[in-house]
Design a binder for this molecule. Sequence first.
Ligand SMILES: NC(=O)c1ccc[n+]([C@@H]2O[C@H](COP(=O)([O-])OP(=O)(O)OC[C@H]3O[C@@H](n4cnc5c(N)ncnc54)[C@H](OP(=O)(O)O)[C@@H]3O)[C@@H](O)[C@H]2O)c1
Length: 280
Amino acid sequence: MHTSPRTFALAGPGRAGSSVALALLGAGWTATGVTGRSVDATSTRAAVARLGCPPVAAADLGRGAHLVVIATPDAAITEVAAAIAPDLEPGALVIHCSGARGLDALGPVAETRPDVQVGALHPLQTFAASDPARLVGAWAAVAGPAEVTELALTLGLRPFVVPDDRRSTYHAAAVVASNHVVALLGQVARIADSAGVPVEAFWPLVDATVANVEARGASGALTGPVARGDHATVAAHLDALPGAERDAYRAMALAALALAGRDDPALLAVLDATRGEVLA
Ligand SMILES: NC(=O)c1ccc[n+]([C@@H]2O[C@H](COP(=O)([O-])OP(=O)(O)OC[C@H]3O[C@@H](n4cnc5c(N)ncnc54)[C@H](OP(=O)(O)O)[C@@H]3O)[C@@H](O)[C@H]2O)c1
């Protein structure tokens, strides 16, 4: 990869792509072009304004860029790679930001452009909106040449290598850590609301729980009725909860029981007792 001047282009100007692009600008890189779903798409226009570069067709994206960042939905990565391949600069680096996809997603570049390097850089972070500051101190799964690791370090990320055959497993862990936690907190908000308690009251509990898991590991952090074997309390919860909330509660109670590492047929019977009601 060239070192000076450092230029990059972005395909997929959404939450992750814009965050990485803004971080690159902050690190002294210059943007040469943005390819979005369409020139008029809101995300394309926003990125063009923030990055100070023109919208370009995918076929032209590689022109003049030392680095091309692909941060489209996973399903579009290979199609974008095929479109940009012919006009990439010799010596350029093309990366995607997917956690689940391996380097095979960039096959159309790797197979047709031996003079170009391919890599993957998945920030292990969540971007609900574009926010380059979230990259600093986060970890990142990298694959490809040493330049990808160097790039991650430039962005303030902590790189680690995940081989292609483990990426789906790795990404499943990331999804549980972020998206499933959000889904559970959505359930907290709904149940708190039905109890007439403000959801804000639960945030210190959530913060302390995460801190305990970090400090003691998941099994060392487990408290509550499943850990204690308080079957009647669990039964009362299931009785009180709206039917639509019970499946998730039951699934997580089973996960907690597995974490506790205890054989508890009586608790399993409590969890099983209401199952028919929910399915009915
Ligand atoms: N968000 C995160 O927290 C996060 C974190 C780490 C990694 N990632 C990875 O980053 C990638 C993008 O995720 P995201 O959450 O940033 O998605 P996103 O916010 O939906 O952004 C996707 C962007 O790609 C555009 N796009 C869709 N199809 C395209 C195509 N064929 N060509 C060019 N642009 C296209 C979208 O345009 P429109 O806006 O017009 O639809 C949008 O600007 C994924 O691989 C994901 O795994 C995301």
